[in-house]
Design a protein around this ligand. Sequence first.
Ligand code: PMT
Length: 413
Amino acid sequence: MAAKSVKEKEAGVFAGLHIVCGVTGGIAAYKAVEVVSRLRKLGAEVHVIMTKEATQFVTELTFREISGQPVSTDMWAKVPHFHVEHIALATLADLVLVAPATANVLAKAANGIADDMLSTTLLATKAPVFFAPAMNTAMYEHPATQHNMDVLRARGAHILEPASGPLACGTSGKGRLPEPAEIVAALGQYLEKRATLAGKKILVTAGGTEEPLDPVRYLGNHSTGRMGYAIAREAARRGADVVLLSGPAMLPVPEGVHLISVQTARQMYEAAMQESADADAIIMAAAVADYRPAVTYPHKIKKGEGSLTLTLERNPDILLELGRRKRTGQILVGFAAETQNLHAYAKAKLEKKNLDLIVANDVSREDAGFAAETNEAILFARDGQEREIPLMQKTALAAILLDSVEKRLAEKA
Ligand code: PMT
């Protein structure tokens, strides 16, 4: 895989990121249009929330066109769904930016007031929040506003310093919204610092293999690829060079991820052996078929009167072979799909396949394992550590797993 160019790296930190952009009622709201446009061009998915006052300055339609997403304005307009809606954006967000941020929204956020879509999202989100204040100098310098910003900073929010210059009220001073390019650059710098896997190659496998029986039938399993794609996306978000080796899946390829599509276990084996040699970490979330039909018929098998017996033969165990070939410093992670004896079976696989970590999930459950958006697992490490991961979105589990991989990469380095 070729090294990323500077431009790719710049775009890479935003690629696939879900950014919620809050726009409040200030004359600088028009500049937020360019901010959204730039973020989108860098590969982010931007969801705009406008306060009612902001709609006096720029129309909802403008942001809808620029972002390519529906724009949230009035949470009461969506009464049947508003709970879902505000929580959905708050949890979807990888980053929240409020630009321009009026003195009013700073005061609400500092005091935990949640009386509209934006302030409710700010209260509900766990994502990093950036405020870009823009207002008249006297309002900006007022002790109340300064205090509110101190409170927000103390809670971990980021405040982008306003610029100085002529203001809409006719005076001149501090309180101008920074230029869109500067706002985007500030976010980029923050994200780059979080690019904790920059320079690392991570190989992720996902989805189920299909083992053809004849031109119309195959042996397969219920894997959708969700778990593996979530890991690939999170690794790319952290700046890694990600190769995603996937069985047939209906999911969009995460931004910045290099996809290699395969169908069978033997194809996955070949590609895995090639791509693993220079990988810093390998995460096998794919559901690989242990057996394949001994014969693949060139024509459709016609039904007869009696039963049909199939002979199956063993597929290679990819992870076992990767464990044999593991280089010093390389981290190897497996998954264990179990329906019983989760602890014992997973630990046995960890040992036998020479893994550093194994994620044991109970695939007999409807809300975990195959196909679900959520998963629950136990993470076993070679050094004996165990961590129970409660039921959560697969994306969140992917982040926990990659924290663990990062820690071990650092230790081995
Ligand atoms: O794709 P989703 O719908 O989101 O579902 C996610 C998942 C249930 C597929 C995932 O969470 C999971 O458990 N993946 C591993 C499935 C599996 O094959 O488990 P296993 O216990 O049979 O295999 C143990 C490990 O060996 C796995 O890492 C597997 O990738 C690997 N293996 C298995 C067989 C084989 N021939 N070669 C292998 O490399």
